[in-house]
Design a protein around this ligand. Structure first.
Ligand SMILES: Nc1ncnc2c1ncn2[C@@H]1O[C@H](COP(=O)(O)OP(=O)(O)OP(=O)(O)O)[C@@H](O)[C@H]1O
Ligand SMILES: [Mg+2]
Length: 488
């Protein structure tokens, strides 16, 4: 077939054969039976066959044998019924097994002998189609994720970076949670559903979103004609339908709040119980210490006096005298032991003279026993502390210096007690090897935990600061006026 010729479009005359030869699209002309009467180079390339093997062949041989019958049947039907489709997309397998998507633009033309022919412009759209399909698939996956998640999700547009549109998307969970049908919820605005009608909150939210692109906040979601549901809302800016939009993912935190409240109550109960046990233990120590000191101490003193009287009466018997002297020595040692045990249980000084003398005495005793130098820089004015607070501070102090002796390898401890803004601050600083952060936070560090608990129950705190080889500072802060009520 002669494909040369010329055409006039507007005032421009051009050579049609150029179009035929240079077109990137395949062009094929078929007759009423489907025989190919002409094919341009791009068509041959598209079908991967030389022109000689195409011309005068039925066009369906260019397809895989499995689909040839179907293809020719469709063509014949369309041709015979004058229904050649002007535009058609077809998925096919070619003669060589290659899977393709072709787009056909068909027109009916007449040959010079007035034969009806079909001119088809064929374009390979396989890549475009595959991308579209991948997009549809990922859109489908996104949809299924959106609808099957256990969190309520809402999408709205961010108009001009300033206002929020009505919801553009909501998932099924959101509808269930808020008791709306999907259509009803899509007519709502985040202002009344998410922001409790607080316009100021929305403005603050949009500001945060514009600067950070995402933000998490707590709010109460409005259920249709009903109560509010406390929720934690995770929001994020993204492009949706090529417009800036906001995705809200909301998690119902009512259960979590209830759970947290229960944990808090339970922790308070345990803390109160521990405090109660602590004070019972202190009371018992105090009683035992007093009993040992008074009862046992007095009995030993009486015994010593009587031995001394007896020794006077039998002053002529030197052997017995010697025996009595050693008994007297034993009694002296026992009195000393009784005093030590008694003050170890609870220093009498703490109850009789208060915290400062007790710390000074304990520091001196510690220095004598361990050789670690203790410097006391203590509050000079009189302190009016109740027994609970002075006991807590004294025990924190004791645990700190015992820890220094046991673990720090230190040569000096500085103990400071001062009053700062209605707080009593006790600081014990050593020059030892320091504690690691792991040791400080270790739940098995019961000594450190005990110090913190003692302070906490009185509304105070214990902070432990340390750096490797640079010593340790234990800083306890106890408010002088406490508003703590202990419920057991
Ligand atoms: N002043 C310190 N210097 C260096 N390490 C310390 C100091 N105080 C505590 N530690 C480290 O922290 C750990 C935890 O101390 P904690 O007082 O809780 O336990 P403990 O003294 O080992 O045992 P206890 O329960 O008898 O007090 C210690 O085992 C020790 O390794
Ligand atoms: Mg300890």
């Amino acid at each position: 077939m002669n494909t040369s010729g010329s055409a006039l479009s507007g005032n421009i005359k051009f050579d049609l054969s150029v179009v035929w030869h240079e077109s990137v699209d395949g062009i094929r002309i078929t007759d009423s039976t489907g025989n190919i009467v002409a094919a341009n180079p791009s068509f041959c390339k598209l079908l991967d066959k030389p022109e000689a093997e195409i011309i005068n062949q039925p066009f369906h041989i260019l397809y895989h044998p499995n689909i040839q019958a179907e293809i020719i049947r469709d063509y014949n039907d369309d041709f015979n019924n004058n229904k050649i489709k002007p535009q058609l997309e077809r998925k096919a397998v070619l003669w060589n097994g290659r899977k393709v998507w072709f787009e056909f633009s068909n027109s009916i033309i007449k040959s010079s002998s007035n034969e009806t022919l079909v001119l088809s412009i064929v374009r390979d759209i396989t890549d475009k189609k595959e991308n579209e399909l991948a997009l549809i698939k990922s859109e489908g996956q996104y949809r299924s994720l959106f609808n099957n998640t256990s969190d309520a999700m809402f999408v709205c547009y961010l108009n001009y970076g300033k206002t929020l549109s009505n919801f553009a998307e909501v998932n099924e969970k959101a509808c269930q949670l808020l008791n709306y049908s999907m259509n009803e919820l899509l007519q709502q605005n985040p202002l009344n559903v998410i922001f409790e009608n607080k316009e100021v909150e929305i403005l603050k939210f949009i500001d945060r979103l514009n600067s950070d692109r995402s933000t998490i906040f707590n709010s109460s979601l409005s259920v249709k004609n009903a109560d509010k549901i406390p929720a934690e809302i995770n929001s994020r800016m993204f492009d949706y339908n090529e417009r800036p939009a906001v995705l809200f993912i909301s998690r119902n935190i009512a259960e979590r709040r209830e759970f947290e409240e229960k944990i808090k109550q339970r922790t308070d109960q345990l803390r109160n119980l521990a405090s109660k046990l602590q004070s019972i233990r202190e009371e018992e120590r105090k009683t035992i210490s007093r009993e040992i000191h008074d009862e046992l101490g007095q009995m030993l003193t009486v015994l010593k006096i009587q031995i001394s009287l007896l020794s006077n009466k039998i002053s002529d018997n030197e052997v017995i005298q010697l025996k009595l002297k050693s008994v007297e020595k034993l009694i002296d040692n026992s009195i000393e032991s009784v005093q030590k045990i008694s003050s170890k249980l609870r220093p009498g000084l703490l109850d009789q003279l208060g915290l400062i003398p007790a710390i000074e005495w304990q520091a001196q005793d510690f220095m004598d026993k361990t050789g670690i130098d203790c410097e006391c820089i203590l509050h000079k004015e009189e302190l009016f502390l109740d027994q609970e607070k002075s006991t807590a501070l004294f025990r924190i102090f004791q645990e700190s210096i015992i820890n220094t002796a046991r673990h720090a390898n230190a040569s000096k401890i500085i103990i400071r007690l001062s009053e700062v803004n209605n707080d009593l601050v006790l600081e014990i600083k050593d020059n030892g090897k320091g504690i690691t952060l792991n040791q400080i936070g270790d739940p098995k560090s019961l000594g450190l935990l005990g110090m913190k608990e003692r302070a906490l129950i009185l509304g105070g705190s214990v902070e432990i600061k340390s750096s490797m080889n640079n010593g340790t500072i234990v800083k306890a802060v106890i408010p002088l006026i406490t508003n703590i009520t202990i419920n057991i």
